[in-house]
Ligand binder design. Structure first.
Ligand SMILES: Cc1cc2nc3c(=O)[nH]c(=O)nc-3n(C[C@H](O)[C@H](O)[C@H](O)COP(=O)(O)OP(=O)(O)OC[C@H]3O[C@@H](n4cnc5c(N)ncnc54)[C@H](O)[C@@H]3O)c2cc1C
Length: 388
């Protein structure tokens, strides 16, 4: 038993919150169900940890309600915060920020070192089973006994990948949660055949219920029956936000975004063999999928019509999306604690004084590219600022 501030969940948001509070002299206890804290953090960015993105914009998130938080806790602020922990970072051409070491371990290590220095009490292998307000304080009933705190921070993340859905703890306190949908995941589709493992830099437009909802350049990784890669992950977030309203979804792929259709048609007409017309332009597996969609006659000559049809198919190849990825292969869950029940300046519950909700546990999700960890840090800094 120890008074002070209790943080439920030792992930990215919980650890950052603990650090900010401890720096200002608060007594902090982190309760974590796993045998160690920061497990998901180690898996981020393919083990390299894309911790924020210098180009983050409000439109990268599912809600404009995070506007004030993003303005105060900008990518630059997060980078400076980590610099003060001794973490050197670098960014790539798309603004994604990584530790200079390109190892997520480095990020976790600098956090843990400071948490130790500031005397944060980290208690692992401890599942929080119930949260109850009692006499102006908060009680956490855990698999290993009870903890009491003056304030409590709910930082349990989501159950994307292999986590536990702890939102029930909040429901029992009267909070409502937007049902979880999974994103930053491959899109299952009726797509390309025989192109497993092939990558292509394309422009893709996504149409939901017939309406164009997103168009972006980026890279797809084709899998049997699925679109993967960063571009698919970004589209998956946009799709997940439509929730149950999706009646149809298709993605139109422009495989040659650097040429207009007329330029491509002219190139094919002037230079390409009628029997393997795309062999010098696209990966063989992709070319075969495109050609199989076009009725070709057996004549020996390349006609203007054939060149036009091929160019059109290269620039508007249609794939029908069947589903967004499952919990097991998703990097985030959209949904979570309803924002209407939180004060969006502090992330304190409007239902219970002294209860704060941060990170992925709340109904905030961002596109692939550092937005979700950025939210974890920014929300942690917001809540801790209010408690200091
Ligand atoms: C494979 C993968 C790669 C990713 N890569 C990136 C990336 O490069 N960039 C990016 O921005 N985002 C990335 N993400 C998303 C990002 O990791 C999450 O958005 C972020 O970790 C959320 O932080 P959090 O603190 O809210 O939750 P988490 O990191 O999930 O932490 C929650 C913690 O709470 C604990 N917990 C849950 N319930 C209880 C309970 N009842 N009692 C005690 N403890 C509990 C959990 O064990 C966990 O440790 C990735 C996600 C995955 C899965």
């Amino acid at each position: 038993m120890a008074d002070g501030i209790l943080i439920i969940g030792g992930g990215a948001s919980g650890l950052m919150c603990a650090l900010q509070l401890a720096k200002s002299g608060k007594s902090v206890t982190v309760l974590e169900k796993n045998e160690r804290v920061g497990k998901k953090l180690l898996a981020t960015g393919n083990g390299k940890c894309n911790l924020t993105n210098v180009n983050i914009a409000l439109g990268d998130y599912n809600t404009h309600l995070v506007k004030d938080i993003l303005r105060e806790f900008s990518p630059q602020r997060v980078i400076e915060e980590f610099a003060q922990l001794g973490l050197l970072t670098k960014s790539d051409s798309e603004g994604r920020v990584y530790p200079y070491s390109e190892s997520a371990n480095t990020v976790l290590n600098v956090l843990l070192r400071r948490l130790e220095e500031y005397g944060v009490n980290i208690v692992c292998d401890t599942l929080v089973e119930e949260l109850t307000p009692c006499g102006g304080k908060w009680k956490a009933v855990t698999s290993k006994g009870e903890y009491v705190g003056d304030k409590i921070v709910f930082a349990c993340g989501s159950n994307a990948t292999s986590g536990l859905d702890s939102l029930e703890l909040m429901r029992r306190l009267g909070h409502s949660a937007v049902p979880l949908r999974y994103a930053i995941a491959p899109l299952s589709c009726d797509g390309l055949k025989g192109a497993n493992g092939v990558r292509a830099k394309v422009y893709a437009s996504m149409y939901i219920n017939g309406k164009e909802t997103m168009g972006e350049r980026g890279e797809f990784l084709f899998k049997d029956g699925a679109l993967s890669g960063i571009l698919a992950f970004r589209l998956s977030s946009a799709l997940a936000r439509y929730r149950d309203k999706v009646e149809s979804c298709k993605v139109t792929i422009d495989f040659v975004p650097d040429l207009s259709q007329a330029q491509l048609s002219e190139f094919i007409y002037s230079n390409c063999n009628v029997y393997s017309p795309l062999e010098g332009i696209l990966h063989k597996a992709i070319a075969q999928n495109i050609i199989s969609q076009i009725p070709m006659d057996r004549s020996w000559v390349m006609s203007r019509k054939k060149a036009d049809d091929l160019a059109k198919a290269c620039k508007a190849f249609e794939v029908h999306i069947l589903d967004v990825g499952s919990r097991a292969n998703a990097q985030v869950a959209c949904g979570g604690i309803s924002l209407e029940e939180l004060d969006m300046r502090t992330l304190q519950s409007k239902l219970h004084s002294g209860l704060y909700c941060i990170g992925e546990s709340v109904d905030v999700d961002g596109l692939c590219g550092g937005c979700n960890l950025h939210w974890a840090w920014a929300s942690a800094m917001t809540a801790s600022k209010d408690m200091i």
